[in-house]
Write a protein that binds this ligand. Structure first.
Ligand SMILES: Nc1ncnc2c1ncn2[C@@H]1O[C@H](COP(=O)(O)OP(=O)(O)OP(=O)(O)O)[C@@H](O)[C@H]1O
Length: 326
């Protein structure tokens, strides 16, 4: 079962100039977006929309067109054709009124190394009419104990947190996060995920690019998978997993001297590698039951028994692999 998290979030939003027409809650609407570089179709007739308060993840292999799309949406790259509406603006002509409404967290922003964290965040907050309190922002991204440290004294992961603080300075309604946790250690990544979830709960709409499928699965309400400039599919992580039609893997280990060589009568034949048994099941409930009955009847203690449905990563690999062979 999937839960569409954006329905759980109370999201106060007042109509302002540049907002989409009444009744339309999409914050991003892209239709037929196309961009070529010479012979390269970097973005080819891409259409999708992102709803108010939604976290939408763009996924795809290197060179699939993610950065090109995001930079067109941010207003930093020109498109060849197609229409783009972000917060009611065309990013190509929205100018500073548009920029004040969005937050951009780039993969590697260049910093003034001699500034302290607090100085940089204060400066950035000062650029926006609607802004965060700098000290609260520093706490929000988990740099509270680094306030007075110069940028040159920060680790790679701490710099990425500073990137995030700077992107949030204008309290944006829409945040672009480009590979937000690349280079993070596991604890920092979990901290960043909690932060993104908190931003979502505050009503921020987020467009995320990532190569970490677990990140997309955890954070994204919906994902769009790109391959060679084309949008291959859009859906919730659960929809993509279901669409992949990949089997659930039931696995367990045999005891050192099994009482019988007979295997459980699962819908797909068990595959045996040494003491490790795997069933690629289309009917995981019935097959799990078969395995458990089989073990109980023979007094076999099942060790390492797991039932693993396909992950978003499995679905993504199947989908983009198909694209490569198309
Ligand atoms: N300024 C440019 N000039 C020429 N070709 C470009 C330019 N920018 C991007 N491309 C090409 O457009 C295609 C899409 O690139 P893009 O950077 O959007 O991919 P991406 O999905 O963001 O990749 P990655 O995951 O590696 O960041 C690639 O084939 C790339 O080589």
């Amino acid at each position: 079962m999937h839960t569409h998290r954006r329905h759980n979030v109370a999201r106060p939003h007042r109509a302002r100039p540049g907002d989409p027409a009444c009744g339309n809650t999409d914050r991003i609407v892209v239709q037929g977006l196309t961009k070529t570089y010479g012979q390269v179709h970097a973005v080819d007739q891409v259409s999708f929309s992102v709803g108010d308060g939604e976290i939408f993840a763009l996924l795809g292999p290197n060179g699939a067109g993610k950065t090109t799309i995001v930079e067109i949406l941010e207003g930093y790259r020109a498109r060849d054709s197609g229409s783009v509406d972000v917060l009611g603006f065309d990013p190509a002509t929205g100018g500073s009124a548009y920029r004040a409404r969005i937050g951009v967290v780039l993969q590697s922003a260049g910093f003034e190394e001699e500034f302290t964290v607090r100085e940089l965040v204060r400066l950035q907050c000062g650029l926006f009419p609607r802004r965060h309190d700098p000290d609260e922002l520093i706490d929000l991204v988990g740099l509270g104990d680094k306030r007075t440290v110069r940028v040159k004294g920060l680790s790679g992961g701490q710099r990425r947190r500073l990137d995030l603080a700077l992107g949030l300075a204008g309290a944006p309604e829409l945040l672009f996060l480009d590979e937000p946790t690349t280079g993070f250690d596991p604890a920092a990544r979990h901290h960043a995920w909690e932060l993104v979830a908190r931003l979502r709960d505050l009503g921020t709409t987020i467009l995320l690019t990532t190569h970490y499928l677990e990140e997309a699965q955890r954070l994204a309400d919906r994902v769009g998978v790109l391959g060679a400039g084309q949008l291959l599919t859009v859906g919730t992580p659960d929809e993509l997993r279901a669409q992949s039609r990949l089997p659930t893997i039931i696995s367990f280990r045999l005891p050192p001297s099994p009482p019988s060589t007979e295997m459980p009568a699962t819908s797909a034949p068990p595959k045996i590698h040494g003491d490790h048994v795997r069933v690629l099941s289309r009917d995981p409930l019935a097959d799990s039951w078969q395995v458990i009955q089989w073990a109980r009847d023979r007094r076999i203690e099942l060790s390492d028994f797991t039932v693993a449905p396909p992950t978003l990563e499995d679905a993504y690999l199947a989908l983009t692999g198909e694209a490569d062979h198309a």
